[in-house]
Every structure is written in C-alpha cells, then in structure tokens.
Design a protein around this ligand. Structure first.
Ligand code: COA
Length: 429
C-alpha cells in the first residue's frame, strides 16, 4: 500500500487520538520546544478520562498543566530535568525527579521503561513518506521506536531537519494534523556580568575548535564574543539563534571537525522562528538521537572539543553543583557530564564551567567553602577543568587542592573573598 493511503487511514481527530492513552499508561512526551502542544492540550482537556498516567518528559518548555494540583489523580509527572513549569510540582512532591545522563535516556527507554505511548511532533511527510522529528530528535526518536503506540502531531510549521531524524508514516499509529506555532525561546537580554563571562570564555576558544554550548544567557554571551574567530564547529546537544549569527558571519564553518565535518550537529534546538527556518531542509545541520550526539566516545573523536556549561555552585575543591540548590531540585544533569567527559578525552579539548560569581542579586557567593546540605555534585572535582566568572578564569584540572582553592578565590566576588580566605587559612596553613 502506498504511504499516502496509510496516512489517510491513520488520520485521527486530536480528541480521538488521546483516547488511546489508558489509565496507568507510561507516556513519553517529545522534548523541550518540540513538545506536541496540541496533543498535550487535548489530553489535559480530557483529564477526567485518565487515572494515574505517568508523564515522562525532560525539559518541559510548555505550560505542563498536567502538573497542576487539580490533576494529581489523573497524571503523575516523572521529570528528567526540572524546569520553570515543573519545579513547583517536584518541590511539593506531586511530581518525581529521576537523575539520568541525557546520553543514557534512549538506553533506559529501550531496556527498562518500554513506554506505552510516545507523543511526538513531526513535519509533514516528504515524497517518500518520511516525517522529520525537526527540532527534537534527542530521546524523542528512540521513544517512538520502542513505544507500543505512537501518536504524532503533524505540523507544517515543524522544520524538516536532516540527519538521523526521520520516522516513516508506517511507524506512526495515529496522525493528528495541526498547523500550530512551535514553542519559541527568545534570546535572553544580556547583562554586563554575562558579557564579561562571555569574553573570558571566548578567550579560551581557539580558531578551529568545535563547541558544545549549554542553554541560557551565558552560552549566548559566549557566542556574541566569538565574532573574530575562524572555522569554528558545532557538536552540541542543543543550540539556539546565536549559532545562526555566527554561521552568517562566516565564523562557524564546521570545516575543521573530525566527525560530521561541514555540519552543525545537535540533538535538539531551542530558539525563535528564525532558527527553525534556518535549519529547515539545511544540509549544513545534522540532527541525531542523543545517544549519538552526547556519547562521550563520539564527542571525543572531534579534536579541540570545547564544552561550555553553567552551574550553581563550586566548592573550594572544584566540586560542581549544577542542578540543585541544597536539596531543592532546580534543573538536571542534562548533557553536562556527557560533554565534560567527551571534552576531557578530546585531543586539545577543554571543559568550561561558567557562572556569575554571585546568585540572588549578590546575596550568595557561588564559590563556597562547603557544598550546601543536600546538594548533589554534577561534575566531580576529578573532571572539572576551567571555571570562569566575570572576575576571571581558574584552571583546576590536575591542580592540587591548595592551588585550586587559591585559583577559585581569585575569581570569587571581592565581597566574599575574605570569608573564603579564612577557610583557606584553616585548611592549608
Ligand atoms: N545559591 C542560591 N540560589 C542560587 C544559586 C546559589 N548558589 N545559584 C542559582 N540560584 C538560584 C537563582 O537565584 C535562580 O533562582 P530564581 O529562579 O528564584 O531566580 C535559580 O537558582 C536558577 O539559577 P539561574 O542562575 O537563574 O539559572 P540559569 O537559567 O542561568 O541556569 C543552571 C543555570 C546551572 C541551572 C543551568 O545551566 C543548568 O541546569 N545546568 C545543568 C545542566 C547542563 O549544564 N546541561 C548542559 C547543557 S543544556
């Protein structure tokens, strides 16, 4: 049968499609800005028909209404990376958090989770009957490959990204056509502190490096400070609009990459329509599942891989906390450790943890003598390399505990240095 006939047979109204979800089912939702908002809205609208549906999602960029207290009997959220719309539910115990490396989510899905339903969001099929996962390939494609039932929102606004990013109409069970705007993430407004951090990070980047950039203001600031570099490459779990500026300026060419030369590689994308239009049908961009992009063994095959991520606290030994403030879960490990490991193994590779020197409008130092009670170490002191603040750069890898402490105090906010020096004197006198 031609795929066109299959497509017609599988066409379903949104309310009918979400009826395929049964009470007690385990549902995996396409990641981040790739969330199939029409399906999620329809599911929440029909909440009374479900009991105890487990919603597995990483960064929820939508409203995540299934986390609201009034739906606590209908849905139970299992978060792999807490975000704005899910933080309160996790803090109040209405939702769970599971620590997991981003690179290992596909393996976990295939060997243990076996989802009942994957809610995916794809482009319309091409002439061969293949839809693209567009801006969220990461764990979404692996989830669709192992879920018992695949329900797809097919959206002409989803770009057709290339790479290992396709699903055949044959492998989708229910198709819901919905022409709806994708979730967008506007570029952040950058402060002088973030720009200073960006300049410090940029000073560690050399012509020909391949970059991984995390999410948020600091990666954006770094990108803005790279305009005088040459032949940079991208191998990153995600990227945003800032990369398009550098491609257009001729700075990102991907020419010197060892793996996927000529292509910016990512597992998901978060940005504005400008980014989504840039990646549409663009052979210079390759999207892959996260067990490829974030596999440290793949990452390290690029020489001069520079990983730039952010964190919440660093103690004087160089232990990095990135996803919790004390016991409070504020995000997740994401791909931080995947890339730290990959960059450390890359020939000429470098790992950068970049953060403002203080938090909460200067109330707390992010460089601290001891970790907060309950804080979870994200990047260990054995893996940490460069730590950067607006006050400078501390290089920690293969340094003694005494030298690390000294270097970190040198980039702390001056208001907090006396207390840190006091601790230094006690420890290393
Ligand atoms: N003490 C007390 N509170 C702190 C703090 C500290 N040391 N550091 C941060 N906070 C608070 C902030 O004040 C803020 O609170 P608010 O939301 O009430 O204003 C909150 O924690 C989030 O901090 P912020 O600095 O605004 O976060 P961010 O958006 O810049 O993201 C990370 C920074 C570290 C949370 C984020 O980069 C992350 O989750 N990293 C780990 C995952 C990762 O690196 N993935 C790889 C790439 S995607």
């Amino acid at each position: 049968m031609y795929w066109q006939e299959l497509y017609q047979q599988k066409l379903t109204a949104a309310d009918q499609a979400v009826r395929q979800i049964k009470s007690g089912d385990r549902v995996v939702v396409a990641h981040a800005t790739g969330e199939p908002t029409v399906l999620i809205d329809e599911m929440v609208k029909n909440a009374s028909q479900y009991e105890n549906v487990e919603m597995i999602h990483m960064v929820a960029m939508g409203a995540a209404e299934y986390c609201k207290p009034e739906f606590s009997k209908n849905f139970h959220h299992n978060s792999l990376f807490v975000g704005n719309s899910t933080r309160q539910a996790v803090a109040e115990g209405r939702a769970e958090f599971t620590p997991v490396f981003f690179s290992e989510i596909p393996q976990w899905l295939r060997t243990e989770l076996w989802p009942d339903v994957a809610l995916i969001h794809v482009s319309p099929p091409d002439e061969h009957g293949y839809c693209s996962f567009g801006i969220s390939v990461d764990y979404t494609k692996p989830a669709a490959e192992c879920a018992k039932t695949v329900i797809a929102q097919v959206n002409p606004q989803m770009p057709r990204t290339l790479g290992d990013s396709f699903i055949s109409v044959e492998d989708i069970d229910y198709i819901v056509e919905a022409d709806a705007p994708l979730i967008e993430l506007a570029p952040p407004k950058l402060t002088e502190v973030e720009m200073a951090i960006g300049r410090n990070c940029a000073s560690l980047v050399r012509d020909g490096d391949t970059l991984q950039l995390g999410i948020g203001a600091i990666p954006d600031a770094v990108l803005m400070c790279l305009k005088d570099k040459k032949d940079l490459g991208i191998h990153s779990e995600m990227f945003s609009d800032g990369v398009v500026d550098l491609v257009e300026a001729g700075v990102i060419t991907n020419r010197r990459k060892n793996v996927n030369p000529g292509k910016s590689v990512a597992a998901f994308l978060m940005g504005t329509r400008r980014l989504y239009d840039y990646v549409d049908n663009n052979p210079a961009v390759a999207m892959y599942p996260v067990d490829y992009v974030n596999d440290p063994r793949v990452i390290c095959r690029n020489d001069n891989l520079v990983s730039i991520n952010s964190c919440v606290q660093v103690d004087l030994m160089g232990q990095v906390v990135s996803s919790s403030v004390g016991l409070k879960q504020i995000s997740g490990v994401g791909g931080q450790v995947d890339f730290v490991r990959g960059a450390n193994m890359s020939r000429g590779g470098r790992t950068i943890m970049a953060m403002p020197s203080t938090a909460a409008h200067g109330k707390f130092s992010k460089i601290i003598p001891f970790l907060d009670k309950g804080a979870a170490v994200t990047t260990s002191r054995n893996d940490v390399d460069y730590v950067v603040t607006e006050y400078g750069i501390a290089q920690l890898r293969w340094k003694t505990l005494r030298d690390r402490a000294k270097a970190l105090i040198g980039i702390a906010h001056p208001d907090f240095r006396p207390r840190l020096l006091q601790e230094f004197e006690t420890r290393f006198r």
